[in-house]
Design a protein around this ligand. Structure first.
Ligand SMILES: [Zn+2]
Ligand SMILES: [Zn+2]
Length: 340
């Protein structure tokens, strides 16, 4: 079909548009929640506040800041000696250049290995603490890179030949280790809960959990800055959608107009044929059994097969397609009948 390409393009564009809008709405919701999240200091009062809000059935989405304190022996860094923390992420990435479909070589990174490890920890301020639950699942997790090593690969002749045919060449391997150090100051924004007399913070279903060494305003700024590329993408996708809808509407309108014109020509030709037939019919009056059984005006002119009944005129014939009006037999074909 001639509108298939435009329809597929419009479908894909609307899908991307929908995803961009969803991303933007999520970004705005997160910014709204971050802005309205009150700051509570970790002290004796916090339990009381959370207890009262919980008793009223209200979730407590708040910001707290404290010192990362492990509950037990802290994790030792695997690659950086002397560094310990409560959460570590090890990554091995391959840097590669791949020939894209345009023929250019583009640099890519491929994650070959990732290992994450965490232990129970809390944010403390003096004598009080709040346990952080599911830190690895945080929407934002700012941790220190304590080890970063890049090893450039030296390709052999065989690798070069292989790379030429597969379109992928390895540049090097990067090993990194990220650690959330114990003793560092951390801002956490999430849902506070009082469970069994102790406070804990976990991801909220609306926005998740945010753990950053920066401040809340810094975090909001980061989300605000991310909104502009989204708006640009939405505007671009919207413009493309508008253009494609316009193109489709134009094509459909033209097609409809063409069909109308064809129908008009067809009916004019049919009318002319009828008039010609009427002129060529015998002028003498016909007896009843010589007249078409449908219109009872024109002579019988068509033979129905296989039953063989001659009972229709040429004008009525197109309207009778399934069964013979005389014997109800199935019509397989029709032919002009010449009665001499
Ligand atoms: Zn007729
Ligand atoms: Zn028949």
């Amino acid at each position: 079909m001639d509108i298939l390409n435009e329809s597929v393009a419009l479908g894909v564009d609307l899908l991307i548009f929908g995803l961009c809008v969803r991303e933007y709405v999520h970004n705005r919701r997160v910014v709204g929640l971050l802005k309205t999240a009150p700051h509570y200091s970790i002290d004796g009062d916090l339990k009381g506040i959370v207890e009262r809000r919980q008793a009223e059935g209200l979730p407590v989405y708040a910001e707290i800041r404290g010192t990362v304190t492990p509950r037990g022996v802290p994790l030792r860094s695997a690659l950086a000696p002397g560094v310990s923390g409560v959460l570590q992420i090890l990554k091995l990435q391959e840097h590669r250049v791949a020939r894209g479909f345009t023929g250019f070589w583009m640099e890519h990174r491929k994650l070959l290995f990732r290992s994450a490890n965490e232990m129970p920890f809390e944010l403390r301020s003096q004598q009080h603490g709040v346990e952080i639950v599911d830190a690895l699942g945080a929407a934002v997790l700012d941790v220190d890179v304590v080890y970063d090593h890049y090893k450039l690969s030296t390709p052999s002749f065989h690798d070069l030949i292989l790379g030429f045919f597969t379109g992928i060449r390895q540049r090097g391997l990067q090993t990194t280790e990220e650690v959330l150090r114990d003793g560092s100051s951390l801002t956490a924004i999430g849902r506070l809960q009082l469970v069994g007399g102790s406070l804990r913070m976990q991801p909220s279903p609306e926005a998740g959990l945010f753990l950053t060494t920066a401040t809340k305003s810094g975090l909001i700024q980061r989300f605000e800055a991310a909104k502009w590329p989204m708006i640009l993408k939405i505007a671009l996708c919207g413009a493309v959608s508008g253009f494609l809808i316009g193109l489709l509407a134009k094509k459909l309108y033209r097609k409809k107009r063409q069909q109308k014109e064809e129908a008009r020509i067809h009916s004019r030709l049919e009318r002319e044929r009828r008039e010609r037939r009427a002129r060529s019919r015998p002028a003498a009056p016909l007896s009843d059994d010589q007249l078409c059984v449908v219109c009872a005006t024109n002579p019988k002119e068509i033979i129905l097969l296989p039953c063989g009944h001659v009972c229709l005129c040429e004008d009525c014939s197109p309207r009778i397609a399934a069964t013979c009006p005389v014997c109800r037999g199935k019509i397989v074909s029709k032919a002009a009948a010449f009665i001499a």
